[in-house]
Each structure stands twice: as structure tokens, then as C-alpha cells.
Ligand binder design. Structure first.
Ligand SMILES: *[C@@H]1O[C@H](CO)[C@@H](O)[C@H](O)[C@H]1NC(C)=O
Ligand SMILES: *[C@@H]1O[C@H](CO)[C@@H](O)[C@H](O)[C@H]1NC(C)=O
Ligand SMILES: *[C@@H]1O[C@H](CO)[C@@H](O)[C@H](O)[C@H]1NC(C)=O
Ligand SMILES: *[C@@H]1O[C@H](CO)[C@@H](O)[C@H](O)[C@H]1NC(C)=O
Ligand SMILES: *[C@@H]1O[C@H](CO)[C@@H](O)[C@H](O)[C@H]1NC(C)=O
Ligand SMILES: *[C@@H]1O[C@H](CO)[C@@H](O)[C@H](O)[C@H]1NC(C)=O
Ligand SMILES: *[C@@H]1O[C@H](CO)[C@@H](O)[C@H](O)[C@H]1NC(C)=O
Ligand SMILES: *[C@@H]1O[C@H](CO)[C@@H](O)[C@H](O)[C@H]1NC(C)=O
Length: 557
């Protein structure tokens, strides 16, 4: 497949959209400059995060210093492998080239420093000790500031993971003077968690008797005020743009609004959960946090797309419908397929198309996409510690998954920056047992759970909302085609279950996708083209001819 059809695009292109015209005005440029200057000192709000796309990094595992021995990092050893803030800084091109506009890094505060525990060393950063200090393993205060300055220079944001619920110990009788909150009275007395009992989940200690996690009494006024001062200072001192809050559901909810106000930046909480939307949704809003990680969507995507798995599309449609009514704001949720606590997608479902199809929805439905480092490299470790693989053996290759992410990020960044796409609601436009079509604004994502092997008996017909005859492009493989009669399109999978993401071709040029700005050197196919797009209508001969002649001219002149 060659470069897409310049003739067709030219003959059908719309007048310049308003945002582009504004772009040219000197007033706008002035505002932009002012904005850039302010950015360095202004923390980012929930609204500013809505359009971002996040790459999650385990600081210890993302990159080594130049010249380090790359053969020594076995996740099973549960010890440090040598990644730092500096090595993240040195490898930001890889992240930015994939189109991400934010990174989320491991907790930055001091961790347990005693002899190796029953579960190894705190290479992950979640075993807090004195949070008023930085984690020296990851570098100095200057290194952290340099990383964040460089991220900001690239117009990206930094989200820092923080652990507030608990500290870490190797016994049930910790030496409390080693923590910032250094008195026994600031902690709940030890009790093991009774799962399902909310009070117990909030007040008893996470961990176990080998590695207990002493639980802060977050109703104690001293704890509240010292935590507040701490987070306010941390965010200001390092110009942090947002916080990911560990174990948010293990803290009494009324603690969060005050804490988040002190932080003054976007806060997204970890509320571990399954398909039940209301369990998780109750934490989002003025009574809790700006947002939460979207565990219900993760669970639903896994139930619908993983092979083997229940292949249950109803689980997905149910979660999507419940989310709309139960979450305060679905467009702020953190959509993901992997993280440091879950088995990698490929540990449960090895077919690459199952990952690609599910991943398309994490980008193209409501919410903020999050990709866990290595997801784009096909890592396949099981749960902790196997899901914290070193990144370097991948050699940071531009894999098919990486290229798909590049396209999804480019498309989303374009939509965010130049259209009102973020404000549009996601709608389910069609669904059957093997496929689903989601429309958000001018984008229609049609995905399937059949995996790579072709199937002749699966199709999905979708009413697009575009006029019959509208040229559209599937940005997954840059194939162009035309909306059929009755505004319908139909996808069949006689060549395999590849995802389809449709954009009206008139928007292609502005989006920079599919080679229209010359930057896309391989527009033919990112992933081996396999889904077949059925042109339902045969009445658009003229368009056909234009497309074909455009193609011929492009290729043979
Ligand atoms: C507790 O920790 C403090 C500060 O590190 C140390 O000075 C003290 O000796 C420790 N106490 C015990 C009993 O280990
Ligand atoms: C729930 O846990 C709390 C805290 O441990 C405990 O006091 C309470 O008795 C438990 N409730 C039930 C019904 O077991
Ligand atoms: C599919 O998911 C729905 C909604 O969660 C559930 O009610 C149903 O029992 C599931 N079906 C199967 C076969 O797992
Ligand atoms: C899942 O992870 C475990 C541990 O890392 C590994 O032994 C197993 O091979 C993985 N399974 C797949 C399908 O990759
Ligand atoms: C969109 O805006 C962000 C933030 O200003 C910027 O970093 C990015 O390059 C823009 N993306 C596109 C596709 O214009
Ligand atoms: C869809 O799946 C359900 C549950 O597995 C099954 O009962 C039904 O027959 C399937 N529908 C079709 C059209 O295959
Ligand atoms: C399609 O055919 C395959 C292979 O014969 C079969 O396993 C599958 O259940 C069929 N799917 C539908 C939706 O009929
Ligand atoms: C659909 O029609 C368009 C133009 O009418 C053509 O360029 C395209 O190749 C067709 N797509 C398929 C998959 O046949």
C-alpha cells in the first residue's frame, strides 16, 4: 500500500478549522509563550491531565547508565538493577517518540534501609521509611530536579507515585523513630486485614508478618497536618505535576480531599478492584480524589479480549455503561492493561492481536491512557516480582506494539490539541460476541477478540454517523475506504483480527498520520494488514476512480 491519495484529500479537504486559524494570530502566540513560562512553576490540574497520555516507569528497571553490565537483572532476585532518575532522563527520547505526554515514576522517597527482607530489597520504591528524605538509590535532589526540568522542557508532565497509607517494617514492633511520622501514637495498632471488612481494610496493616506495613492513623490531626505540609513541600520543591496515590482505598476517604488540596495537583488513586464499578467509583469526586485507576475497565478488557478467557463482551459493555452513570468523570480515569501489581497481558494472553485490540480501547475510549513500560516490548512476566522486568534486553526496539502506540498517541494528541474530541462522550455503536465498535467524536474504533487467526464467520456492521460516501482512513494500517449506504461500514476478519480505528480522511493531513506530513516513513502497515474492511455500497464509482488514480499518480509519476 502506498502513500494515501493526495488527490482525493485535496479535492475534499475542508476549510481550515478554527483552532488552526487562532494558531496564526500573534495574540495566541503571545499566550502560548506566557503559558510556557508559567508552566515551569504551575502545577497541573485534573483538567490539564485529561488530554495527556502516560508512560509508567519502574525507576530501577527502565534504563542503565552507559557502559553498565546489561546481563545482570533477574526480577526473581528482588534486588536493585541500577536504574536512576538520571538514566530515565537520558532515555526520554524513546518515551517521547512514542507520543507520550507524561511519565509516571516510582515513589521517590527514602525506603527501608536494613538487611534484605524476606521479599528482597526495596528496588520498587514502595517500602517507605522516612518520606521527608529522597531515595538515594535513585539519585540526588539535583538529579531529580534535572529529570523533571528535562521532562518539562519537552512539554511533558511528571507524575510521582506516593505512599501515604503505610510505612514498611520487618517486624510487628517497628522502630518508629526511623519514620517521618516518628511516634507509635501516629499509627494504628497491629491487626491483620480481614478482607471485605472496610474498617479492617483501612485500619489494619497491609503486608504480612514477614514484611508488615505499619498503618498510619490518618484521622490523627498531627498525621493530617504533617502529611499535608510534606506533600505541599514535595510538590513545590520538585515541580511535580501530578500524584499517583498508592493503596488509596486503605485510607479513610475523608482524608483525601484535604491532602489533595495541599498537593494542589492532579491526584489519581489506586483503588484495586474488579468488574464492580461502584466499589471503585465512590473514590472519585469531591469526597475523595480527582480520579482513580480504571480497574473495572481493565477487568472488563481482560474478560472480553484475553485468550484463553471468558471472551465476554457483555462484561465490557456492562462496565462501560455502569461507568457512565457511576463515575463522577470517566474522562479522567487512568486506563491501563498492565502495571507493577498485575501479571503482564501476555502472561495471560499471548496472541499479540488480543493486546493490540484491547489497547486501542485504552486510548480511544473515555479516560487517560497509561502504558506500563515493557508492554510495548511484549514482556510476559507473571505477578510481582516477574512483572518488573529490566527494559534493556529489549534494546528499546521500535516493535509493532511500539508503532501502534505511536499512531494511537499521534491521533489522540492531534484530537486533543486541535478538536473537541475530549468533550465527546464514548458510545457503543455496535456489539456482538466477537467485536465491538466504540464511537467518540469523529473516531470509530472497531475491535475484536478473535485474535490473529482469520475467521470467515465473524463480521460487525456499524452505523457511523458519517454521510454515505465519506472517505475514511483506518489509522492502524493507513488503508482508506468509503462509508457505505445508510452510513454503514462493515468489518470482516477473513485475514485475521486486526483492530480498526477510523478517522474521516479530511482530518488526516492535520493529524500528520499516515504519511501526509512526510514524517511517517512506513505508511503501508504497522501491523500486518489483516482485517478486511467491507465497502458496503458500490454506488460510489467516482470516488473509487479518484482514489485509484491518486494512488497511481503517487506511485508511477
Ligand atoms: C531506632 O532508630 C533510631 C534512628 O535510626 C536509632 O538511633 C535507634 O538506635 C533505634 N533504636 C533501636 C532500639 O533500634
Ligand atoms: C471489622 O474490622 C474492625 C477492625 O479490625 C473490627 O473492629 C470489627 O469488629 C470488624 N467487623 C466485623 C463485622 O468483623
Ligand atoms: C459476562 O459478563 C456479565 C456481566 O459482567 C455476566 O453477568 C455474565 O455472567 C458473564 N458471562 C460469562 C459467560 O462469563
Ligand atoms: C508467565 O510468567 C511466568 C513467570 O515469569 C513464566 O514462567 C511463564 O512462562 C509466563 N507465561 C507466559 C505465557 O509467558
Ligand atoms: C499537543 O500538545 C502537547 C502539549 O502542549 C504537545 O506537547 C504536543 O506536541 C502536541 N501534540 C501535537 C500532535 O500537536
Ligand atoms: C454469544 O455468547 C453467548 C454466551 O456465550 C451464547 O449463548 C450466544 O449463543 C452467543 N451468540 C452468538 C450469536 O454466537
Ligand atoms: C466461527 O467459526 C469458528 C471455527 O469454526 C468457531 O469456533 C466459532 O465459534 C464461530 N463463531 C461464530 C460467531 O459463529
Ligand atoms: C473501499 O473503497 C475505497 C474507495 O471506494 C477503496 O480505495 C478501498 O480500497 C476499498 N477498500 C477495500 C478494503 O476494498
Amino acid at each position: 500500500m502506498g502513500r494515501p491519495f493526495p488527490f482525493l484529500l485535496n479535492s475534499l479537504s475542508l476549510p481550515l478549522p478554527l483552532p488552526l486559524l487562532c494558531f496564526l494570530s500573534p495574540m495566541f502566540l503571545k499566550t502560548l509563550t506566557l503559558f510556557a513560562i508559567l508552566r515551569a512553576t504551575t502545577a497541573a490540574s485534573a483538567d490539564q491531565w485529561r488530554g495527556r497520555s502516560i508512560y509508567q516507569i519502574i525507576t530501577d528497571r527502565f534504563a542503565l547508565p552507559a557502559g553498565a553490565n546489561t546481563n545482570v537483572c533477574n526480577p526473581g532476585d528482588q534486588t536493585w538493577c541500577g536504574g536512576t532518575w538520571k538514566t530515565i532522563q537520558d532515555n526520554l527520547d524513546y518515551v517521547q517518540d512514542a507520543g507520550f505526554t507524561a511519565i509516571w515514576i516510582s515513589p521517590i522517597n527514602q525506603n527501608y534501609q536494613g538487611p534484605r527482607s524476606a521479599y528482597g530489597d526495596p528496588y520498587h520504591g514502595y517500602w517507605s521509611a522516612d518520606v521527608s528524605q529522597l531515595n538515594e538509590r535513585f539519585g540526588s535532589a539535583d538529579d531529580l530536579k534535572a529529570l523533571i526540568a528535562e521532562v518539562h522542557r519537552r512539554n511533558m508532565y511528571v507524575m510521582v507515585d506516593v505512599v501515604v497509607n503505610n510505612v514498611m517494617s520487618t517486624s510487628l514492633t517497628p522502630n518508629y523513630s526511623t519514620y517521618m511520622l516518628n511516634d507509635k501514637s501516629y499509627y494504628h495498632p497491629y491487626c491483620p486485614i480481614q478482607w471485605g471488612n472496610t474498617t479492617s481494610e483501612q485500619n489494619c496493616w497491609l503486608g504480612d508478618t514477614n514484611v508488615p506495613l505499619p498503618d498510619l492513623d490518618t484521622r490523627n490531626p498531627t498525621v493530617i497536618s504533617r502529611y499535608g505540609d510534606w506533600i505541599e513541600g514535595l510538590v513545590k520543591d520538585y515541580s511535580i505535576d501530578g500524584l499517583r496515590i498508592d493503596a488509596a482505598k486503605h485510607v479513610n476517604m475523608d482524608f483525601w480531599p484535604g491532602f489533595a488540596a495541599k498537593a494542589g495537583v492532579f491526584c489519581i488513586g489506586e483503588v484495586f478492584g474488579g468488574l464492580e464499578v461502584d466499589d471503585v467509583a465512590q473514590y472519585q469526586g469531591p469526597q475523595g480524589l480527582d480520579s482513580v485507576l480504571n480497574y473495572p475497565l481493565y477487568s472488563a478488557l481482560s474478560a472480553a479480549f484475553a485468550i484463553p478467557g471468558p471472551q465476554n463482551m457483555t462484561a465490557l459493555t456492562t462496565v462501560m455503561q455502569d461507568s457512565k452513570t457511576q463515575f463522577k468523570d470517566v474522562t479522567l480515569l487512568g486506563n491501563f492493561l498492565e502495571n507493577q501489581d498485575l501479571p503482564r497481558w501476555h502472561n495471560q494472553s499471548t496472541d499479540p492481536q488480543t493486546l493490540y485490540n484491547a489497547m486501542v480501547l485504552t486510548f480511544m475510549t473515555d479516560g487517560i491512557p497509561i502504558v506500563y513500560y515493557g508492554q510495548e516490548q511484549g514482556f510476559s512476566g507473571a505477578t510481582d516480582p516477574w512483572n518488573r522486568e529490566p527494559m534493556w534486553p529489549s534494546q528499546y526496539a521500535k516493535t509493532d506494539a511500539y508503532k501502534l502506540i505511536q499512531r494511537l498517541n499521534s491521533l489522540r494528541n492531534y484530537l486533543v490539541n486541535s478538536t473537541d474530541w475530549l468533550q465527546q462522550d464514548s458510545q457503543i455503536s455496535a456489539v456482538n460476541n466477537n467485536s465491538i465498535a466504540i464511537t467518540k467524536g469523529s473516531i470509530i474504533s472497531i475491535v475484536t477478540n478473535i485474535g490473529s487467526p482469520p475467521q470467515n464467520n465473524v463480521t460487525i456492521a456499524v452505523r457511523t454517523g458519517f454521510k454515505t460516501g465519506t472517505p475514511t482512513t483506518n489509522i492502524v494500517n493507513c488503508q482508506e475506504w468509503v462509508v457505505g449506504s445508510g452510513s454503514m461500514v462493515e468489518v470482516e476478519y477473513t485475514k485475521g483480527g486486526e483492530a480498526v480505528v477510523l478517522l474521516p480522511s479530511s482530518q488526516l493531513k492535520a493529524s500528520g498520520l499516515c504519511g501526509t506530513d512526510g514524517s511517517d516513513s512506513n505508511p503501508a502497515s504497522v501491523i500486518k494488514s489483516s482485517a478486511t474492511l467491507q465497502n458496503v455500497s458500490r454506488t460510489y464509482g467516482l470516488v473509487f476512480i479518484l482514489v485509484v488514480s491518486g494512488y497511481l499518480l503517487e506511485h508511477f509519476l
